[in-house]
Design a protein around this ligand. Structure first.
Ligand code: 6PG
Length: 253
């Protein structure tokens, strides 16, 4: 596997006092990305992150005074990764987004592009790759999300790009099935190349539990096999780290 060593890229680190102000800022950032996309090409293609952190953001986006600023018929929702479970499973990233956001906004069902976690992993990945290629072929021609939201685990993973897993080596495919030994499970995940092709990539990281790994990712030596979040370096896009003070508490030490 060759990691092309790159000059450190420019990224924004934005730190907010607490989780609530972090989510307000994240909602505002997503809305800015939406406005830019609509002005530029008339639709907004966004990949949502999973896990627990983004639920509060999705709930905030669903609040009428926020939702009213979005033309939901122009929004296409995708996922950065999915667990290999059915869509109604408690662990499903789709289910979490549906419960927190999708059920409350006027998003056409045809604009919801979920990963079929219920399928055999390789089939789910191949199907999603085709979904992405077909979607973008009809539009910009280039496979470029307007916004990809990412979380980060306390082991430095993002999406389902976990340390020392095969998916980290992928340089061609947009979506892969990734076996995660530490969780003894398969995940479906976007790969670094498609994430790095996005116009905007926003990490949303909250809580003291992420402070130590965040310092290693942002300030430590480059070791993306161990810290896959370091793989995320948009080629021609903006990277922002949206943090609360607790998560950022070790950055200046
Ligand atoms: C997933 C996510 C994953 C998540 C991190 C952080 O499917 O779990 O996509 O990458 O963002 O594990 O999860 P928390 O927000 O729950 O800490």
């Amino acid at each position: 596997m060759t990691i092309v060593s790159r000059e450190p890229i420019m990224y924004d680190i934005r730190v907010y006092d607490d989780q609530n102000s972090l989510m307000q800022a994240a909602a505002a950032y997503a809305t800015e990305c939406y406005n830019a996309a609509i002005s530029d090409h008339g639709y907004f293609a966004v990949a949502l992150s999973g896990g627990s952190t983004p639920r509060a953001l999705f709930e905030l986006l669903a609040v009428p005074e926020n939702a009213q600023h979005i033309g939901w018929s122009k929004v296409h929702v995708f996922w950065g990764d999915e667990r290999t479970v059915p869509p109604d499973h408690p662990d499903s990233n789709y289910r979490m987004a549906k419960e927190a956001l999708l059920d409350f906004v006027a998003l056409p069902a045809s604009n919801v592009h979920r990963i079929s976690g219920e399928l055999e992993p390789a089939q789910a990945a191949a199907e999603y790759e085709q979904t992405l290629r077909s979607f973008f072929a009809k539009r910009a021609g280039k496979t470029r999300f307007d916004l990809i939201l990412l979380g980060m685990g306390d082991d430095g993973h993002t999406a389902s790009l976990f340390p020392d897993t095969e998916a980290l080596n992928e340089t061609e495919r947009l979506v892969v099935a990734n076996h995660v030994p530490k969780l003894d499970t398969w995940r479906i995940t976007l790969t670094a190349p498609i994430i790095n092709a996005a116009a905007h990539v926003a990490f949303l990281v909250a809580g003291a539990g992420k402070a130590a790994v965040l310092k290693r990712v942002l300030k430590g030596p480059r070791q993306p096999h161990k810290l896959p979040s370091q793989l995320i370096q948009p080629v021609d896009g903006e990277l922002v780290w949206l943090l609360d003070k607790a998560a950022a508490s070790e950055l200046d030490r």
